[in-house]
Write a protein that binds this ligand. Structure first.
Ligand SMILES: *[C@@H]1O[C@H](CO)[C@@H](O)[C@H](O)[C@H]1NC(C)=O
Ligand SMILES: *[C@@H]1O[C@H](CO)[C@@H](O)[C@H](O)[C@H]1NC(C)=O
Ligand SMILES: *[C@@H]1O[C@H](CO)[C@@H](O)[C@H](O)[C@H]1NC(C)=O
Length: 447
């Protein structure tokens, strides 16, 4: 176990999505082994020295406690991720990464993964006309190109792995599904716990979304061969309305909220829309006709009639504690809870919808329904700015992984794997400068 930890500290594995197509056969589920063949024909590229297949010791926070309390009913498939699915996975060496060690860790490129490249994420309005056009065509390609490596779980009895069914999805939809899957209510001892999930309402929130964005960014780099591709952000500080909700950018909408037919995303459909929250996975994922179109209603929700201000962001950044007990939506004087948007960033105590949550609410429509919000590509730009604020906080506070708090939210402990990413990425290891993940942010409006 100690050896494994040292390895993880030294090597920043490229995060992949779930589920690798090569690891969803009944044999892999029976053997609980996900060590697919690499291009050299050996598991985990062991012949070329890229990695090896090894038993993954999940740093389990709750398993011992759960067992000590006696016999249990059904537990969630995602608890102690990825233990329920796999015991053996690939361990990649050096700069190699990915579920079969055929890929490079973030920020590395080339056949030997020995070439470094750090991309610059810019504000969308800083892009030239051509850069912007390129970005929209890359998104269109990601939305329509089937993912070679990943499939999504869309139906099955949650209690029986052998009934699970997987379906092909586009690269963008794999990204969107990962977010959806992370939010599903957690099943513990036969009871659904509505209070928490893997990506929100706890210290994992900023790092979890950081991984999602880097996953999508890297997938688009691989898809287009454009190593310099960087996700842009939307600096919404002080915007009077959604200034990028125009057809040149993310699209105008009609009274019902549907995007203008002249906009880039007019015909995008939402995967997992019409979700049955607890029992089902992602109904309708195999049938385009069952999916609803994107919609948005900026600036009409009376609960959040405006966007966060420059002042709000500064007040959020001033909190020295990354998070505070009880490490959920009730946390006070917590940078994370102010950023996520459950407390007033100024006093750190008053409960209110602010910051990240406020932007979701303000935009409404698909973005207002958190489980499916990632279907709207404006989600990517919003979260990219949230990540920029996280990065700014990391720099100002010289944050290191040991500042990530111990806490009892399932899947949000420092040593636990960010869920459901695969291979494992420990939550605390996401609290590092973005250069470690191959990107930096442009300076814009003084930040
Ligand atoms: C699990 O649930 C069963 C039945 O509801 C109960 O008897 C048992 O005490 C619970 N175990 C734990 C560890 O909560
Ligand atoms: C990893 O990549 C870096 C550049 O990003 C390079 O300097 C280094 O030599 C590589 N390491 C290995 C083991 O290939
Ligand atoms: C924002 O613009 C929309 C039209 O796109 C309008 O319906 C809404 O009332 C505006 N909201 C504010 C707060 O200006």
């Amino acid at each position: 176990m100690i050896v494994l930890f040292v390895f993880l500290v030294l090597c920043y594995n490229l995060v992949q999505g779930q589920f690798p197509r090569a690891c969803i056969t009944s044999e892999t589920f029976q053997s609980k082994t996900c060590c697919p063949l690499s291009t050299d024909g050996s598991p985990c590229g062991s012949r070329s020295g890229h990695g090896k297949c090894r038993t993954w010791v999940v740093p389990v926070a709750f398993a011992a406690l759960r067992e000590s309390l006696g016999p249990r009913q059904f537990d969630d498939d995602r608890l102690d991720w990825p233990k329920y699915y796999f015991d053996k996975t690939c361990e990649c060496f050096g700069n190699y990464s990915g579920y079969n060690c055929d890929d490079c860790r973030y920020g590395c490129f080339g056949e030997k993964c020995d070439r470094k490249n750090t991309v610059v994420r810019k504000e969308i309005r800083e892009l030239s006309f051509l850069e912007r056009k390129r970005f929209f065509s890359y998104l269109a390609l990601a939305k329509t190109t089937k993912s070679k490596n990943f499939v999504i779980l869309y139906t099955g009895d949650r209690h029986h792995k052998d009934t699970y069914k997987f379906v092909d999805a586009s690269i963008y939809d794999v990204f969107s599904w990962i977010h959806y899957y992370s939010i599903k209510t957690i099943l513990q001892n036969g009871t659904f716990d509505e209070r928490t999930n893997y990506a929100h309402q706890g210290p994992a929130f900023p790092g979890w979304h950081r991984l999602g964005l880097t996953f999508l960014e890297r997938q688009i780099q691989l898809l287009t061969g454009d190593e310099n591709f960087a996700i842009p952000y939307w600096d919404w500080r002080g915007d009077k309305n959604c200034s990028i909700c125009t057809n040149d950018f993310f699209g105008d909408n009609d009274v019902q909220g549907y995007l203008s037919p002249y906009s880039h995303f007019a015909f995008w459909k939402s995967i997992c829309s019409g979700y049955n929250y607890d029992e089902a996975y992602c109904l309708g994922a195999e049938d385009q006709n069952q999916m609803e179109r994107l919609h948005r209603k900026p600036g009409v929700n009376p609960v959040s009639p405006s966007l966060p201000t420059l002042q709000d962001v500064e007040e959020t950044l001033k909190w020295d504690d990354f998070d505070s007990p009880p490490y959920n939506r009730l946390a006070r004087r917590s940078f994370r809870n102010a950023l996520e948007g459950f407390i007033n960033p100024r006093d750190g105590v008053t409960r209110q919808i602010g910051m990240h949550n406020q932007v979701h609410n303000f935009l409404g429509g698909t973005m207002g329904e958190v489980p499916i919000s990632s279907n709207d590509p404006i989600f990517v730009l919003h979260h990219c700015f949230v990540d920029k604020i996280f990065e700014e906080w990391i720099r100002r506070h010289k944050a290191t992984p040991d500042m990530y708090p111990r806490n009892d939210q399932p899947g949000q402990g420092p040593e636990e794997c960010s869920t459901p990413y695969f291979p494992c990425y420990r939550n605390k290891d996401l609290m590092r400068n973005s250069t470690r993940f191959g990107y930096i942010y442009s300076k814009y409006k003084g930040m």
